[in-house]
Write a protein that binds this ligand. Structure first.
Ligand code: HEC
Ligand SMILES: [Cu+2]
Length: 373
């Protein structure tokens, strides 16, 4: 029995642990690097972050393997044998050398990794020194359960939209706000994210590097509809972006009731008879109001407003045939009748309070008018 516990065998065992540990670590590292952990990378910030991740994996795997191997071997070697139930183990006096090593090594490793991570963060948060185009600022607003975006349009005009468009290869700084609870603005393909905190403006910057559409999500549990707080960002050629911004600047500042050419949408005949009430309804649909009403376009597709398919029903499909009264009820009390196949508890229930009766009537009339067959 004594022989099992050390002596001649212990040296061999330590070598065995080393060999096993090395093989397992190498395998673990290979696996950790081979696995595609992240979605496509689409910003200049993504590269350094992915490298940081790989370095962390390479450093952590051997530590994990080492701990597991020591635990497994110790359990096998020092397990209690039949007849030993009453015995105390041999007394242990510390080992200063070992203790110094196991305190110093992790401390050095931690400080080194923290320094590296800090430098990477510092680096990617810095404004690009000499950029091809001046940095752009986009205000991001989180609210239950949608994101809206505000741009400085052309000619000092303001553009509010539920669609995030960005030009490729130009640095953009997001100023992130919340209108209600804490959200978290995250574009996984850009790798950056930051909390949207009521009363505080947080920010980060990215430089998109790939043309395409990427998901925008909320990364902070913010209520029942949190999982549906998903939109997309479209990265486009700078020229395409500029003309989009130009169009939006014209459109969002057009006089009530007209000037829809820029939207390129299926507007037209309907608007003529319904006058300014319908125009107000459209603005509310697109932008909500300053009283805390969330933009309907963030969740509902409607051809007339040019909004895209979201978490809510496509209104061109479900509204035809409904009376103004039915539509009005759906807006004020979304839970009264849940649209088929759509989640309950996601559409804000406060439109009865945050929209004035006139606004409510306007948006209802606008919906009925613009979806009339
Ligand atoms: C955060 C997402 C969201 C926002 C913002 C939102 N809705 Fe909805 N809406 C939904 C969802 C989800 C449903 C389906 C579930 C339900 O009926 O409650 C829905 C249902 C509806 C319906 C009923 C459709 C049917 O099947 O008859 C109408 C009408 C409607 N919304 C209009 C609006 C209007 C008008 C606004 C803006 C004033 C608005 N919604 C804002 C998500 C949203
Ligand atoms: Cu949220």
């Amino acid at each position: 029995m004594e022989q099992r516990r050390g002596g001649r065998n212990s040296r061999r065992m330590v070598i065995e642990m080393f060999v096993l540990g090395t093989i397992a670590s190498l395998a673990g590292i290979a696996l950790g690097i081979a696995i595609d952990w992240f979605p496509e990378d689409a910003s200049t910030q993504a590269g350094p972050i992915d490298t940081l991740w790989d370095v962390l994996v390479v450093c952590s795997v051997p530590i994990f393997v080492g701990v597991v191997i020591v635990v497994v071997y110790a359990a096998r070697l020092f397990k209690q044998l039949p007849g030993e139930e009453e015995l105390d183990g041999p007394p242990i006096h510390g080992n200063t050398k070992v203790e110094v090593v196991w305190t110093a090594l992790p401390a050095i490793l931690l400080v080194a990794l923290c320094t590296y991570a800090f430098v990477v963060l510092q680096d990617i948060e810095e404004a690009p020194a000499q950029a091809a185009a001046p940095e752009m600022v986009v205000d991001v607003y989180g609210e239950q359960f949608a994101w809206t975006f505000k741009y400085a349009g052309t000619d000092g005009k303001e553009v509010n939209t539920t669609q995030l468009y960005l030009p490729k290869d130009r640095s953009v700084k997001f100023d992130v706000h919340s209108k209600d609870v804490i959200h978290d603005f995250w574009v996984p393909a850009f790798r950056m994210k930051v909390d949207a905190v009521p009363g505080v403006t947080t920010n980060y910057r990215v430089t998109p590097t790939k043309i395409g559409r990427f998901p925008v999500v909320c990364a902070e549990l913010c209520g029942l509809g949190h999982a549906y707080m998903r939109q997309t960002v479209t990265v486009m050629e700078p020229a395409a972006f500029d003309s989009w911004l130009q169009e939006e600047s014209v459109e969002s500042n057009a006089p009530a009731g007209g000037g829809d050419e820029a939207a390129g949408g299926a507007t037209g005949q309907e608007g003529a008879g319904s006058g300014s009430a319908s125009a107000d309804g459209k603005t509310i649909f697109l932008e909500g109001n300053d009283n805390g009403a969330t933009s309907c376009a963030a969740c509902h597709a409607l051809a007339d407003a040019g909004s895209q398919e979201g978490i809510g029903p496509n209104l061109d499909r479900v509204l035809p045939g409904q009376t103004a009264e039915q539509v009005g009820t759906s807006i004020v009390d979304p839970e009264a009748k849940i649209s088929e196949g759509k989640p309950a508890g996601v559409m804000p229930g406060n439109y009865g309070e945050v929209l004035s009766p006139a606004e409510l009537e306007a948006v209802t009339a606008y919906l009925v008018d613009s979806t009339k067959k």
